[in-house]
Design a protein around this ligand. Structure first.
Ligand SMILES: Nc1nc2c(c(=O)[nH]1)N[C@H]1C(S)=C(S)[C@@H](COP(=O)(O)O)O[C@H]1N2
Ligand SMILES: [Mo]
Length: 337
């Protein structure tokens, strides 16, 4: 069996910062070598997406009337896709950033089951003509779900390819009636000290907040995602509602959203508050703008071919230049990082 896990010296320092990731990859290494994953040795050279899949649970609604994590979702296929095959689902659900559950890559999968996601309400506030609280099922039209396969690029220089299920953010925002004074939108994550062991540590200031310029949010690409891999989102991936903004670093996505706030001024964002020199408001994927501590010119694809990490070059705007470059016309993207 071709074991593709390579120890790439380019990532030496990064790997040292992210020990849990190493544990994850090593575990995959063992599982694959033992034949538990990837079934390729028995069935021939099947792409990872054809690996035996667990039968999804039927569409089942919990309290609040929205599908519970793992429930099967019906979604329309779209032309939004990429040439690369999707990362294996195990990598997506097993290797996560969700600091509310701890800073290790495996902490979210281990602890996010503590989070109660049914029922779920989202508060709409700020510069809007439709302020108030909405049940998730009244914010997201589950009969209009679409699947879009997007590249997902973390600022830590790893990436995945994820078949998201959701609705265009622009459609939802129109329903929320932002006033003409609204120039930005901020998203806020659920916060519960009893259910989220990571928030008792000062890794970030809570709740997690992120934001976009309103014209960025109204672009065709951003999604409010409620699922991935044909199922309602796992808790560790941001159940029951998260944003997906494929041309930006992953931390611009907000998991487990409870608040959408329209603002006249640029909102505060969690990583920018934690370290403004390293994490700007825009955080567009940009191979020419290195992070102060590492290059952004390339990335490791987690859960790619054979389940191991391939290196690939990073594309400007994560490959979405055609759709989004006009948003930044005339801006210095190194200053506006
Ligand atoms: N609330 C919250 N949202 C978050 C994070 C977090 O720690 N807390 N991490 C971000 C980062 S750094 C990334 S890369 C993505 C990871 O999403 P995934 O684990 O589903 O791949 O979520 C983003 N959203
Ligand atoms: Mo990230």
């Amino acid at each position: 069996m071709d074991l593709k896990f390579r120890r790439n010296p380019d990532y030496q320092s990064l790997r040292e910062e992210m020990t849990p990731e190493r544990a994850f990859m090593d575990r995959r290494h063992i599982l694959t070598a033992a034949g538990f994953l990837g079934a390729g040795s028995i069935l021939g050279a099947l792409p990872a997406c054809s690996e035996p899949q667990q039968t999804p649970a039927p569409v089942s609604a919990g309290a609040g009337g929205h599908p519970v994590p793992g429930a099967a979702l019906k979604a329309k296929k779209t032309a939004y896709t990429v040439a690369d095959q999707a990362s294996i689902e195990d990598a997506f659900t097993g290797y996560c950033n969700f600091y509310e559950f701890g800073t290790g890559k495996e902490d979210p999968a281990r602890y996010a089951n503590l989070m109660n996601v049914s029922p779920w309400e989202i508060t709409i506030e700020g510069e809007t003509d439709a302020p108030g609280k909405l049940a998730l099922k009244d914010l997201i039209d589950y009969s209009k779900l679409e699947e879009r396969v997007y590249r997902h690029r973390c600022v830590e220089a790893w990436s995945m390819v994820v078949p998201w299920i959701g609705v265009p953010m622009a459609d939802v925002i129109k329903k929320l009636k932002p006033k003409s004074t609204a120039k930005f939108v901020q998203f806020e994550t659920y916060l519960n000290k009893k259910e989220m062991p990571g928030v008792n540590r000062p890794s970030l200031r809570w709740p997690y907040v992120e934001g976009l310029r309103l014209d960025e949010a109204m672009n065709e690409l951003p999604l409010f995602a409620v699922g991935a891999y044909g199922k309602a989102l796992a808790k560790q991936n941001g159940a029951p509602l998260r944003t997906v903004i494929p041309w930006k670093y992953g931390f611009k996505a907000t998991k487990s959203i409870v608040k959408i706030r329209f603002l006249a001024e640029q909102p505060a964002t969690s990583w920018n508050k934690a370290n403004a020199n390293e994490y700007g408001f825009y955080s567009n994927v940009n191979p020419n703008a290195p992070h102060p501590r590492w290059s952004q010119a390339s990335e490791r694809v987690i859960g790619g071919k054979g389940g191991f990490n391939e290196k690939r070059n990073t594309d400007m705007f994560n490959g979405y230049e055609k759709q989004v470059a006009a948003l930044y016309a005339g801006m210095d993207l190194k200053k506006n990082y």
